[in-house]
Ligand binder design. Structure first.
Ligand code: HEC
Ligand code: HEC
Ligand code: HEC
Ligand code: HEC
Ligand code: HEC
Ligand code: HEC
Ligand code: HEC
Ligand code: HEC
Ligand code: HEC
Ligand code: HEC
Length: 318
């Protein structure tokens, strides 16, 4: 029963970390866990003077005890990923008390609701801390995320006991996101858009809602292009002749990410206005001998077909 406390946490901590070194880390922590268990058992022996540790353990009653009064919740929990994963590692469960804290006083009080940690009533930050005590490995940047800063916590999006959506979500994407991001929703209904509503790609292909080092929760470690070129490999380069803004300013110099009124999700209604933001129409006219600024002119990309960069032409001509 004592093993349900911090000792189990130490071991589980490593599980969500999906890194190559996982096995090494896990082995190490398992070792550490056994060591801790041994030392805790020793310090808990009669005559030992460590009341703090005793107090932390004495209150755990075990999941079987919770089940006697919370039968429905406990049943649902048997098919919950928290239990499955813990069993897989043969290592005791993530139990009720891993999240709700020691239940001894709650049980002794016949279900005294003031003596149990109830995430639904607790401060967002305290709940997040509890979850992150195990999940910080996979989500180390949550505290710096715009969500955390705005007080959107784990259980704003996740539902531990009643979820019907993987992974333990309150609702599936993109509906979950649109509950709050009502401004974003219409962008995906524009004539040209990434097919998120159609299920072809997901918000989380580009964003990590748990926080990143980028603006807008964007997934990428190096430059903003990385998320886009993960799928659009043909524009990734490197090219012998790079079009400077593709690398310097990124895809957003010319495209919108969600949706647009303009074909190819361009951020300008005509090609010439797009190009002429940076290329002076006067200069272009001089070079081409055409009224490059007018909409009736041959679109720039009729000739400059390789606008993302080229291996053969400095002027991006085929
Ligand atoms: C003796 C019966 C009993 C046992 C055993 C028991 N509970 Fe409860 N629990 C109750 C009652 C009664 C309530 C209040 C009514 C309700 O909301 O279901 C309650 C409420 C709760 C709540 C909600 C608190 C709130 O703020 O409304 C949580 C969370 C909870 N229990 C968790 C646990 C956990 C975890 C265990 C095992 C460590 C446990 N209970 C064991 C009877 C019990
Ligand atoms: C991974 C964390 C976690 C574990 C493990 C967990 N719970 Fe919960 N529990 C929560 C959260 C979060 C809530 C608040 C849910 C909400 O937002 O309404 C909650 C709510 C509850 C409630 C009150 C609401 C309700 O549905 O009646 C009870 C009772 C409860 N849990 C009992 C249990 C029992 C019994 C177990 C073990 C079988 C358990 N919990 C395991 C996180 C957990
Ligand atoms: C005692 C450690 C522990 C605590 C506390 C904990 N979890 Fe977990 N959680 C796990 C383990 C272990 C798994 C199963 C392994 C996995 O899939 O990452 C898991 C699985 C999950 C999953 C599903 C992952 C998947 O891929 O299906 C979600 C979502 C999740 N936890 C959210 C939460 C939230 C939200 C809280 C806080 C209310 C919480 N967890 C608290 C250990 C914990
Ligand atoms: C704004 C909504 C939102 C918030 C807030 C949120 N999550 Fe998630 N979570 C998701 C979505 C959507 C997914 C599935 C897509 C993905 O993996 O990014 C997910 C996936 C997960 C997973 C499984 C996949 C993985 O990457 O390990 C875990 C575990 C998890 N979340 C835990 C947490 C914890 C812990 C917190 C709080 C610190 C939290 N989440 C906060 C929406 C959210
Ligand atoms: C419970 C409400 C809520 C849910 C659900 C939610 N968000 Fe958020 N989100 C917010 C708030 C509040 C902010 C911070 C304020 C803002 O920038 O709008 C935010 C910020 C963001 C940002 C950063 C915006 C910026 O200006 O930096 C992105 C990106 C984002 N959310 C994406 C998502 C995605 C994707 C989902 C679904 C998986 C989601 N959100 C679900 C409330 C929510
Ligand atoms: C193809 C990649 C991609 C997909 C899919 C995507 N986003 Fe974004 N999102 C971005 C990029 C890139 C930005 C930054 C835009 C900028 O820098 O001007 C952004 C910005 C945002 C912002 C903050 C700026 C704003 O427009 O309010 C929010 C909120 C947001 N996205 C939510 C979502 C939601 C919700 C979904 C799913 C319904 C989603 N995103 C799907 C790439 C994507
Ligand atoms: C997860 C994969 C994925 C990511 C990441 C992604 N896209 Fe896409 N993108 C697609 C798919 C699939 C289509 C084609 C959708 C369709 O058939 O309508 C597409 C279409 C486009 C189109 C329109 C192409 C056309 O022929 O009209 C543009 C432009 C585009 N994406 C730009 C971007 C930008 C900019 C980013 C980064 C913010 C990005 N994409 C990130 C998958 C992705
Ligand atoms: C200097 C402006 C500019 C930048 C920067 C830019 N694009 Fe484009 N992109 C265009 C134009 C113009 C078109 C339309 C080409 C056409 O219709 O022939 C286009 C078309 C596309 C298409 C449709 C298929 C194709 O190749 O014609 C995709 C996908 C695309 N861009 C992705 C990206 C990605 C990903 C990035 C960032 C790495 C990016 N673009 C950066 C101007 C730009
Ligand atoms: C965000 C600014 C920006 C936009 C928009 C832009 N360009 Fe460029 N372009 C540049 C920069 C900067 C260079 C590098 C200029 C240099 O090295 O002298 C460049 C270089 C070029 C060159 C090669 C010039 C040379 O001789 O090296 C061509 C051709 C070109 N752009 C065509 C276009 C076309 C066509 C469009 C519209 C589809 C476009 N550009 C949109 C900034 C932009
Ligand atoms: C009829 C075909 C054609 C059209 C249309 C066209 N270009 Fe060009 N452009 C060329 C060719 C060919 C060159 C190469 C000239 C050279 O290498 O001397 C060139 C060169 C350039 C250069 C590099 C020359 C310099 O200034 O150093 C830029 C920038 C440029 N074009 C921008 C544009 C823009 C912007 C548009 C649309 C407003 C456009 N072009 C429309 C054929 C065209």
């Amino acid at each position: 029963m004592h093993a349900n406390g911090p000792v189990t946490h130490g071991v589980i901590d490593a599980i969500p970390v999906k890194l190559p070194g996982l096995r090494v880390v896990l082995t190490f922590l398992l070792g550490a866990g056994v060591f801790c268990a041994t030392s805790l058992a020793a310090s808990g022996a009669p005559g030992s003077e460590t009341p703090a540790k005793d107090a932390a353990h004495v209150d755990f009653v075990g999941a079987e005890s919770c089940a006697t009064c919370h039968e429905a919740v406990a049943k649902g929990f048997a098919s919950n990923p928290h239990t499955k994963m813990a069993l897989m590692h043969g290592n005791g469960n993530v139990t009720c008390e891993s999240c709700h804290g020691p239940g001894g006083e709650h049980v002794a009080g016949g279900g005294d609701t003031t003596k149990i940690f109830d995430p639904a009533k607790a401060a967002t930050k305290d709940v997040d801390e509890k979850c992150l005590s195990c999940h910080a490995g996979a989500h180390p940047n949550f505290a710096r995320s715009p969500h955390a800063k705005a007080g959107v916590g784990c259980i704003s999006c996740h539902d531990i006991h009643n979820s019907k959506e993987e992974p333990l979500l309150k609702a599936a994407q993109p509906g979950l996101c649109f509950q709050c991001h009502t401004d974003t929703k219409p962008q995906f209904a524009m004539p040209f858009h990434h097919k998120v509503n159609e299920g072809l790609i997901q918000c989380s292909d580009c964003h990590d809602v748990h926080g990143t080092f980028e603006e807008n929760n964007l997934k990428s470690t190096a430059d903003q292009n990385a998320i886009c070129t993960r799928c659009h490999t043909e524009v990734r380069g490197p090219f012998v002749f790079e079009h400077a803004p593709v690398k310097a300013e990124g895809c957003m110099a010319c495209h919108t990410p969600h949706g647009s009124q303009n074909a190819r999700m361009l951020n300008m209604p005509t090609i010439s206005t797009l190009c002429n933001q940076c290329h002076s129409p006067v200069a272009a006219a001089t070079v081409h001998g055409i009224d490059a600024g007018s909409a009736s002119a041959t679109p720039c990309i009729s000739c400059h077909t390789m606008v993302h960069g080229s291996n053969v032409s400095q002027a991006f001509i085929r």
